[in-house]
Design a protein. Structure first.
Length: 273
């Protein structure tokens, strides 16, 4: 790396670790929590027989429809954008407290979080600028174009398996409490620490179940050459609702997603600076 490139990289790290960016990033975590609380509420409506769109885009559209919707979309988009920058820096240069494979794993997790936050930030930006945001039909169309290629079935199957793997990792994070490594709970009371950890465990496991289900549906879409089956969280939640005993199952998942939303709000307070 040349001296000018190294200087630019260092300047980028300083900017991403600056107080304004970190504050905006914490606002982004609050927004992320609120979105998941809304997804949980929408999922509960589906469990009770509503046909509402129960995913992050549907949650953002719910916020956008309020009187302050446009302003809130800009706040969410900017906050999540700062959070993306924060996590990208962590992916590139962070987690210095560990070494070897553990550092690599944590940097990969930070990169994955940056991707998730980025997708949601894009949806919020689209709604803030007057667009309807991404749609299931657009996603199905993209999957259909890929499946039409000679290599399409293999590519979509691998994508689905990667999503299933990501869901399994989220469950692992919840079971092992690995997420607590990102938190600084020294100033929290014992009862609050327990609450944060319990909410995180329940929330990460529920999120893993939902993403795992979505990944399975992507694989099924590839095997059946049916792009309509690969339409994200909304389809995953409604698939859960359609199983025997699906209503109570989806209500339990909705409670888990609500726990994740509450955890994300606390994460905004206790995430290590």
């Amino acid at each position: 790396m040349t001296g000018s490139a190294a200087g630019a990289a260092e300047a980028g790290k300083r900017a991403a670790h600056s107080a304004p960016v970190r504050l905006a990033g914490r606002v982004g975590l609050v927004a992320y929590g609120v979105v998941h609380l809304l997804v949980a509420w929408l999922a509960a409506q589906v469990a009770l027989g509503d046909s509402t769109k129960a995913d992050k885009t549907g949650a953002l559209q719910t916020v956008a429809a309020t009187p302050l919707g446009e302003v809130l979309m800009w706040v969410i988009a900017i906050g999540l954008g700062a959070l993306v920058l924060w996590q990208l820096v962590e992916a590139g240069w962070g987690h210095r407290g560990v070494s070897g494979g553990r550092r690599t794993l944590r940097r990969v997790v930070s990169a994955g979080e940056a991707l998730l936050y980025g997708v949601l930030a894009h949806s919020a930006w689209a709604l803030a600028t007057g667009s309807k945001g991404p749609s299931d039909s657009a996603q199905s169309s993209l999957v259909a174009r890929v499946l039409a290629q000679p290599w399409g079935t293999t590519a979509i199957t691998l994508l689905g398996l990667c999503v299933v793997g990501a869901g399994a990792f989220l469950v692992y994070r919840g079971v092992t409490r690995e997420f607590t490594r990102e938190l600084d709970l020294r100033d929290a009371s014992a009862s609050l620490r327990r609450t944060v950890v319990r909410l995180g465990q329940i929330g990460w496991i529920a999120l893993g179940v939902v993403y795992g289900t979505a990944g399975v549906l992507v694989v099924v879409a590839a095997v059946n050459s049916d792009p309509a089956q690969a339409t994200g969280l909304d389809k995953a939640l409604k698939t859960l609702a359609g199983q025997p005993g699906g209503g109570p199952l989806l209500l339990a998942v909705a409670a888990g997603l609500a726990a994740f939303g509450a955890y994300a709000l606390l994460d905004a307070r206790f995430r290590k600076a």
